[in-house]
Ligand binder design. Sequence first.
Ligand code: GLN
Length: 549
Amino acid sequence: MTKFIIITGGVMSGLGKGVVTSSLGKLLKAKGFTVTAIKIDPYLNCDAGTMNPFEHGEVFVLKDGTEADLDLGNYERFLDTDLIGEDNITTGKVYRSVIEKERAGEYLGKTVQIIPHITDEINRKIWQVADDTGVDIVLIELGGTVGDIESMPFLEAVRQLHMDVGEEKNNALFVHTTLVPELDVVGEQKTKPTQHSVKALREIGIEPDIIVGRSKNKLEKSTKKKISLFCDVPEKAVVSSPNAENIYRVPLILQDEGITECVMEGLNLSKVLEEKENICVEKFHQMEEWKNFLERFENPSSEIDIAIVGKYTELEDAYVSYEQALNHCRAKTRTRINIKYVESEELEEKDGPEELLKDVHGLLIPGGFGDRGMEGKIDALNYARTNELPMLAICLGFQLSVVEFVRNVLGYEDAHSYEFDEKTPHPVIDLLPMQRGIDKMGGTMRLGADRIMIDQGTKAHDIYQKDEISERHRHRYEVNLEYKDEIESKGLLFSAYSPNKKRMEMLELKDHPFYIGCQFHPEFQSRPMKPAPLFLAFVETILDKNSGE
Ligand code: GLN
């Protein structure tokens, strides 16, 4: 019988509910349980694919091609698991299913309403994940904040879910994450916002079993006491989650606070555990590995600077998977990796690349859309290519490195990607054939994991040590094969491609310490204990190159 943990948020968004959810999942997995996580996003978009990273942060691509909320990236990294589209439920998806069913006549004769039809559909989607995975515990993180109009049907649905699986049967519990602010002047921790938010929960029939208090400093004993008294939860179920130096520390903080025991008790999990005794011993090891990872992460012995050139550099969350992939390399190589964000438009100014890149040890050009700052990225690539600066280019970066090479080495000055210049006489990057005729924007790119073949004797093969790999994609354009032979004759080699050899997947420059590009997104598959091979090779090359300095 699957058990459910429902994580809600109070007072305000941005409290790191996703990290709390991921951390709890990690702790339970380490205890020996099988766990999966669902993210509920109460917006009307069917998925995150059509949202601007400026507003919503990075779009995380799952292996099945779902364009999901970035929290799913955290779940995958913490739980070391691959999720699928069903694990991200949005209002858009729920309403779409209900309206399709209504048109198909499934509710014939009925008035279709938010309660029970939308709420039933929400629970059907949750049960589908539980049944398909057959895990011991499903974590359900409800995005947004209690009190939001959009969240109401979801709160009602999980209230019913809790009632259905039965309070007495210990099969579901509510964790409420809330803000406990501190007044600057006296540093006093204020519990009133938490009290109000729990009151709002109560009004809709939900009683929290555990309250996670997000605060600047650890919750004082007296604060816990107050929350316990006013919110009617035992004191030991008030968990302190102060600001952490890094997100990987949070599972250990929550463990020290006794959250695992609270959940074990609340869901009567020791019984489940007894039946799984042998698995427990093996999995318990996982927390040791995590601690070891954290120790390496927090005690670097060397330091490098890497520039990420992009156009969403002001929003912290826009490049979160790239940052995490570098963090995984940081632990593996014990290297502090300082990221210097460079606005691509700034590179377009005179001497831009020289000025902005002269002090960094490596350059990362991430994926992207839209032509703002395009020439700046091309200038940065030119600088890296001609100055032996290690460079890793991903998706759009890969495409632009082809444009740069064709323009400056092959001499076709007006070469471009068809995405940015439909009139170019040299569309070295062209629309994918399967994209022709597509005019709808949602979920129509080439998306998800696909097979990639790697040529032996290439740097790519040295890095992956495999003839075939699988990586995730998100793009509409690709290398135009008409230019392939000419490009390769001048020293830029396409080292990996699709099984039918029609789609170029990786490129590398022979005479350069590290000038590698890939059409896919390696950052999505990087995990704390298993950094993405391309990122790791990039960092290791930089370290080797600078070891004599
Ligand atoms: N805009 C490019 C394309 O659609 C690159 C996409 C990306 O970087 N994810 O092909």
